[in-house]
Design a binder for this molecule. Structure first.
Ligand SMILES: CC(=O)SCCNC(=O)CCNC(=O)[C@H](O)C(C)(C)COP(=O)(O)OP(=O)(O)OC[C@H]1O[C@@H](n2cnc3c(N)ncnc32)[C@H](O)[C@@H]1OP(=O)(O)O
Ligand SMILES: O=CC(=O)O
Ligand SMILES: [Mg+2]
Length: 536
């Protein structure tokens, strides 16, 4: 570790009990060093995100493949690093929050990889963030077994999934850690603490420090991550090229820069993932005021087979395999149910989704629940045969133009009153859950998380903004949306009871779906206002 720099580190959240094992002076120093080196670039890139979105929203810029990186896209000679130990075969990946029980269950789920999530599936309370780090710390050291008060034993088995941690995105801060009075980037906190405590342990155990990188909007953000990896490896004396990162292509702007993102990270890259929910959110957000051709129908009708979504996923597979990178599929929202008929339908829906992905050349895919691991495995086993992946399927037949990626109208479909009400209902229920510290929730038999909630509130904003007509010809106005909101709120209140945080959920919904301007993220304002260190 380099000599201590001259900065003031304050931790304003609780540090008692075992939290002190994570928040050690050396670990905080490491985070502070990352922050000190990279905070300026992060904030410039966030400014550039904002400027670019304004240009796209106003029609001044039409998204396209970048002329200045043409050489990188057309140069056939470069490849990313070979797969690291534990990441050769990624046919089934389970995702989920990092609480203790879910950690053990995910490791034992039979999936090849566990995406240990500090992003979409985690409500970033101080407790969740530090406790999550602690659970990962223990899991990596195989010291996480426990027994519940009811006597149920949780113990990690012999063939646990490879851990790939997903830090929070660049847009978020961790306000419980301040350096020279400023809250630190949440990405650097999650990455830094995990890397500092675990990188050497993971290497000693034949694995490595592996990451999923969420919500990137450009290759320059990938370059920033690469520089962070270089510094982190150097600081801990770990060989350059040890880190592996899988980047989520989940913004419309990143879809135009897949090659460039892999190129920036090439020493540390291991693949791209088709993060469909944030991708849909990003499409709505960027084109929210672009008129009827960019208005998406009811969420349930925006499937992965509508042409503009298919174009994005096929381009992802083609780009990855040309560069030796794994292409990982996304999350079907259907989850197992105790009702046999609903369960059968959910399994069938997931099977169809994984069938499409495996057929298109993906090397593996995501599931949200241990009960879905077998179906995903079966589908990929059938396609992969004895191989660990299908990197050799180059998909040279795929040709995707900027027009294909931007052909939002190809989704077709309609906006219905039921669809509007469903978005309001899900947004209220999800935000209530998030405010109570639960970042992924089963709502009406679907997995909902931060990304799907963003879609719900953004669609309402877009439909109002465009005066979108419902099935009976009525235009959705703000007044009508408020009427539906009052109605749905009453129903949700009757269902969830008095302990729910529905007044706060209503306030957040009103601000992020019904305001004059469309806020970039639901979570940033809600975090600053509501997720204080008192929430455990
Ligand atoms: C857009 C995106 O980014 S997708 C990725 C982010 N989203 C996610 O990761 C969602 C992950 N999934 C989940 O959080 C959960 O599956 C939910 C909230 C959707 C449903 O959870 P529950 O209602 O608890 O499901 P259910 O009651 O059927 O769980 C049964 C068991 O499976 C476990 N389980 C369920 N999902 C998971 C998971 N993803 N990882 C590990 N264990 C899990 C539960 O802990 C429970 O364990 P137990 O029997 O020991 O008590
Ligand atoms: O992170 C995944 C997504 O779909 O969003
Ligand atoms: Mg996402």
């Amino acid at each position: 570790m380099a000599a201590k720099l001259n900065y003031r580190i304050e931790v304003t959240g609780p540090t008692d009990g075992r939290f002190a094992e994570i928040l050690t002076p050396a670990a905080l120093d490491f985070v502070a060093k990352l922050d000190n080196t990279f905070a300026g670039r992060r904030s410039e890139l966030l400014d550039e995100r904002r400027r670019r979105r304004e240009r796209v929203q106003s029609g001044e810029e039409r998204l396209d493949f970048l002329p200045e990186t043409h050489r990188i896209r057309t140069d056939d000679s470069w490849r990313i690093a070979p797969p690291a130990p534990g990441l050769e075969d990624r046919r089934v990946e389970i995702t989920g929050p990092t609480d203790r029980k879910m950690t053990v269950n995910a490791l034992n789920s039979g999936a090849k990889v566990w995406l240990a999530d500090f992003e979409d599936a985690t409500s970033p309370t101080w407790h969740n963030i530090v406790d999550g780090q602690l659970n990962l710390f223990d899991a990596i050291r195989r010291d996480i077994d426990f027994t519940t008060e009811a006597g149920k034993r949780y113990t990690v088995g012999d063939d646990p999934a490879t851990i790939v941690a997903r830090p929070r995105g660049w847009h978020l801060v961790e306000k419980h850690i301040r350096i020279d009075g400023r809250p630190v980037s949440a990405s650097l906190v999650d990455f830094g603490l995990y890397f500092f405590h675990n990188a050497r342990q993971l290497l000693a155990r034949g694995s490595g420090p592996y990451f999923y990188l969420p919500k990137l909007e450009s290759h320059l953000e990938a370059r920033l991550w690469n520089d962070i990896f270089l510094l982190a490896q150097q600081e801990l004396g770990i060989p350059r090229g040890t880190v592996r990162a899988t980047v989520l292509i989940e913004t419309i702007t990143a879809a135009f820069e897949m090659d460039e993102i892999l190129y920036e990270l090439r020493e540390h890259a291991s693949g791209l993932n088709a993060g469909r929910w944030d991708y849909i959110f990003s499409v709505i957000k960027n084109f929210s005021a672009h008129g009827a051709d960019f208005v998406l129908p009811d969420r349930a009708q925006v499937t992965m087979t509508v042409p503009f979504m298919r174009a994005y996923t096929e381009l992802l597979v083609r780009t990855c395999h040309r560069r030796g990178a794994h292409a990982i599929g996304g999350m079907a929202a259907f989850i197992p149910s105790k009702d046999p008929a609903t369960n059968e339908l959910a399994l069938e829906k997931v099977r169809q989704d994984k069938d499409r992905e495996a057929g298109d050349g993906f090397d593996g895919s995501w599931v949200a629940h241990p009960g879905l691991v077998p179906v995903c495995r079966e589908v990929f086993d059938a396609v992969l045969g004895g191989w660990p992946n299908q990197l050799t399927r180059l998909r040279e037949d795929v040709e995707v133009s900027a027009e294909d990626l931007l052909d939002v109208a190809s989704a077709g479909g309609e906006v219905t009153e039921a669809g509007v009400r469903a978005n309001i209902d899900v947004a209220l229920r999800y935000v209530d859950s998030w405010l109570r510290g639960i970042g992924a929730a089963a709502i009406h038999n679907l997995m909902e998380d931060a990304a799907t909630a963003e879609i719900a509130r953004c669609q309402i904003w877009q439909w109002i903004r465009n005066g979108t007509k419902l099935e009976d010809g009525t235009a959705l106005t703000r007044e009508l949306a408020v009427e539906f909101l009052d109605d749905e709120l009453a129903k949700v209140r009757a269902d969830l009871g008095a302990s729910a945080r529905l007044d706060d959920a209503r306030a957040i919904f009103t601000e992020t779906a019904l305001g004059e301007k469309l806020p970039s993220f639901l979570t940033t304002g809600a975090y600053a206002r509501y997720l204080t260190d008192t929430i455990r």
